[in-house]
Design a protein around this ligand. Structure first.
Ligand SMILES: C[S@@+](CC[C@H](N)C(=O)[O-])C[C@H]1O[C@@H](n2cnc3c(N)ncnc32)[C@H](O)[C@@H]1O
Length: 231
């Protein structure tokens, strides 16, 4: 359904999220609501890319610490989907990937323990967004980056009308046809409209204590990537 609804674009949006993270070997990263593994696999692939390998080869003992990418999700079934996909992608025995059942609002990680935090298409689903943001801030180290990819708000008049028609008429119908579940997709479009618009969400992130808060709209605001630094 993600591929169908976004015409495959969600893959490019996740690539963009990871490029903004600037992953590095030895990093300790937390991907929340990450059950599918989609974001974590991209981070691992980036770290394993030739760009980093050349660096590692050039510097003996470059890796003092091993890379740790935690995938945290409240739903164990989603984690199982992710683990299965990890095997399919050849990451089955990869020690960097660590699967953890947990709630974005009450993370089981120590204060100041993570270099990076990502959440993709997840924060809209948490009950108390402020609590999830506070937890992100708590677990990040100083200098750690917070990145959030989420369906957002379109402002351009004609595009907005088209997007509203697509969201409210076509998406629930596609959900019914393809997934046999109209209600969940009706909920999806309604939850997007309820989620704070870009500026408001940016101010919530700043109110949590993050610095250098900014956002990038993709496809006219259909999705936005918000970022902040813990300084
Ligand atoms: C739309 S999926 C996104 C999965 C993945 N990040 C991606 O982009 O493919 C939303 C995920 O959020 C998880 N989720 C919902 N509420 C959560 C919470 N409070 N804490 C952690 N995960 C949560 C769900 O279980 C689900 O796996």
């Amino acid at each position: 359904m993600n591929d169908l609804m976004s015409a495959g674009l969600h893959r490019l949006w996740k690539d963009r999220l990871v490029s903004k993270l600037h992953p590095f070997p030895g990093m300790k990263h937390l991907d929340v609501a990450g059950g599918t593994g989609d974001v974590a696999f991209r981070i691992l692939e980036d770290i394993n890319s030739t760009r980093h390998r050349a660096l590692q080869d050039a510097t003996e003992d470059y890796l003092h610490e091993e890379t740790q990418i935690y995938i945290c999700d409240i739903n164990p079934n989603m984690l199982n989907v992710g683990k299965k996909r990890a095997i399919e992608r050849g990451f089955g025995d990869n020690k960097a990937l660590r699967w953890v059942e947990g709630d974005a609002e009450a993370l089981k990680f120590e204060d100041n323990s993570m270099d990076g935090y990502t959440i993709a298409f997840g924060i809209r689903n948490v009950t108390h967004i402020e609590k999830a943001l506070a937890e992100a801030h708590r677990v990040l180290r100083r200098g750690g980056r917070f990145l959030c990819l989420e369906l957002s708000h379109v402002d351009t008049p004609i595009f907005k009308e088209l997007y509203d028609y697509y969201s409210f008429s076509l998406i629930p119908a596609m959900g019914e046809l393809v997934a046999g579940d109209r209600e969940s997709y009706q909920y999806l479009v309604e939850s997007i409209r309820r989620f704070p618009a870009q500026e408001k969400f940016a101010s919530m992130i700043a109110d949590t204590g993050f610095q250098k808060v900014e956002y990038e709209n993709l496809v006219g605001g259909v999705v936005a990537i918000h970022s902040g630094l813990k300084l």
